[in-house]
Design a binder for this molecule. Structure first.
Ligand SMILES: NC(=O)c1ccc[n+]([C@@H]2O[C@H](COP(=O)([O-])OP(=O)(O)OC[C@H]3O[C@@H](n4cnc5c(N)ncnc54)[C@H](O)[C@@H]3O)[C@@H](O)[C@H]2O)c1
Ligand SMILES: O=C/C=C/C=C(\O)C(=O)O
Length: 486
């Protein structure tokens, strides 16, 4: 059953306020709930609870017990899998077939992987000679950074939130989470799970609201927040980076992308088409790692465009519960307007519209939903805005190329540097191109294939820092060197 009132979660309790905002489902744009917006007072209370928890039972807990609790979280998320699925699909409109494979299982896996990391990570040790002929030993010790402010986007709400809350808790921190105003449900539901498994009060807190002059700003400018981790747009990340600079607090930023796929003529054609269709249209194109620029070696260009067109036109646009649905709606009317404005810009820039470019006909109440067609363009110059700017919708431009040098230059000519997908059977070339791509993540003959122990993050304006596996420890712990003269 979906809740009609979505509350803040502070110090182990669900907290209402006297200011509410609407929770809408993008499949029809209907209001399906009301969310209690946290003001300064609630953010203060959440941060104070998180500070207190650091000094309480959580701070004193053994690593073994913490790991046990994280593993209990995994089990309880899995117990309540269907509720998480329902909540995520209500907020986002994404197909259940997608959320049941990606969003919710990763919500659980994000706790498991960091429980394992923290159990197994070794420290560093150096033995040294001292000037007086004696010796000293140096070893490292990791302490939590403290209260971590977690600011989340709406595209993969539970997945991206737990990708930060998992390592934060594994390392012994406490958190105050600000979910996106578009997708408050799963963060609130996780509060119930925290209580059920016995995570001490104040360790996990959720404050709902917006960015400027709301919970987001109150949280990131709060002097008792010790570190801030953010996923979202680059422009918002810059504001958060400035907020974090007050008090010199550590910040981790996972931001926008304008990712290029590079398809060589020797690729496994069917695999390249399947992967590129997924990377352009999965989650209605609302994946930071998604492909919006495709470069295809000229001998297979026409064939590739035709196969992409056929694949896009086969995608069934529909509601979450329909297992045949291949693509849901965009997140909101505001975002639909943004994406449609780029569809218009593409026309004005002189693009050839291979397929899509508008709003699909939807029946009944779905007419008011935030739908757009999967869209493919060709024929634009590299300077076009739809090739330069992140759109975050189900669309891509496909351009031919003739040489490796040319395609590398084009693919790298962007302010973003998050991810790439390279399609070729030539392993030497794959390695050469991957090394020269200015990105944090390079996939070869795959896309969104995630081993959670690997480093994840962006180059250039796509991010600062890396999270994942032991890399997360760099951000979520304070590394201390202890030197003992013997
Ligand atoms: N690199 C990655 O790992 C990654 C992953 C997912 C999404 N993204 C990016 O996220 C974007 C889509 O998400 P979005 O639209 O929710 O991003 P957004 O930047 O609009 O919002 C993200 C969060 O920041 C909050 N926020 C906004 N202004 C704020 C302020 N002044 N102070 C504090 N908080 C503020 C929002 O309320 C929301 O919770 C895309 O650009 C996408 O590429 C990046
Ligand atoms: O939309 C962005 C997707 C990010 C994915 C991850 O952060 C991940 O898989 O850990």
């Amino acid at each position: 059953m979906l809740q009609d009132k979505i509350l803040n979660f502070i110090n182990g309790e669900f907290v209402s306020t006297n200011k509410w905002f609407e929770n809408r489902t993008p499949i029809s744009n209907a209001v399906i709930g009301q969310v209690a917006e946290a003001g300064k007072a609630e953010v203060d209370a959440a941060v104070a609870a998180a500070q207190a928890a650091l000094k309480g039972p959580w701070g004193k807990m053994t690593l073994a017990k913490r790991v046990e609790l994280l593993e209990a979280l995994v089990a309880e998320i899995n117990n309540r899998f269907d509720e998480f699925l329902e909540a995520e699909c209500a907020d986002t409109g994404k197909p259940k077939s997608l959320a049941s494979h990606i969003d919710i299982p990763r919500g659980a896996a994000n706790f498991k992987v960091f429980a394992d990391v923290i159990k197994n990570v070794p420290g560093e040790f150096f033995d040294m000679a001292t000037p007086d002929g004696s010796t000293a030993i140096n070893y490292t010790y990791r302490s939590p950074v403290g209260v971590v402010g977690v600011i989340c986007p709406w595209n993969l709400p539970l997945l991206l939130m737990t990708w930060k809350v998992g390592p934060a808790l594994a390392c012994g921190n406490t958190v105050v989470v600000k979910p996106s105003e578009e997708t408050p449900r799963t963060a609130a539901l996780l509060g119930e799970v925290m209580n059920k498994v016995g995570i001490p009060k104040g360790v996990y807190n959720v404050v709902h609201g917006f960015g400027p002059n709301s919970a987001g700003e109150f949280l990131t400018t709060h002097p008792d927040v010790d570190a801030i981790t953010f996923t979202g747009e680059t422009r918002t990340g810059e504001i958060i980076n400035r907020a974090a600079s007050v008090g010199s607090r550590p910040v981790s930023l996972e931001m926008g992308g304008k990712n290029a796929a590079i398809v060589f003529a020797d690729c496994d054609f069917d695999a390249a088409i399947e992967g590129t269709l997924r990377s352009a249209f999965a989650n209605c194109g609302q994946v930071c790692l998604g492909t919006e620029r495709v470069y295809v070696e000229r001998p297979i260009f026409e064939k590739f465009v035709a196969a992409m067109k056929a694949g896009a036109e086969k995608l069934k646009i529909g509601v979450p519960n329909d297992l045949a649905t291949g693509m849901g709606p965009l997140i909101s009317k505001e975002h639909q307007n943004k994406v449609l404005s780029y569809f218009q810009i593409a026309k004005e820039e002189g693009a050839t519209i291979v397929t899509g470019g508008g709003v699909p006909d939807m029946p009944g109440e779905l007419q008011d939903g935030c739908w757009v067609q999967p869209t493919i363009w060709t024929g634009l110059p590299e300077t076009a805005r739809v090739i330069k700017e992140e759109i975050f919708g189900p669309c891509c431009h496909i351009a031919p190329f003739d040489s490796e040098e040319e395609v590398l230059k084009k693919a790298n000519d962007n302010i973003y540097g998050l991810a790439t997908a390279i399609w070729t059977k030539d392993v030497s070339r794959a390695n050469r191109v991957a090394q020269q791509m200015e990105v944090g993540i390079a996939w070869v003959n795959s896309w969104f294939l995630r081993d959670l122990r690997t480093a994840f993050g962006g180059a250039k304006q796509s991010g600062i820092g890396r999270e994942g596996g032991v890399h997360s420890l760099e951000f979520y712990t304070e590394l201390k060197n202890i030197c003992i003269k013997l």
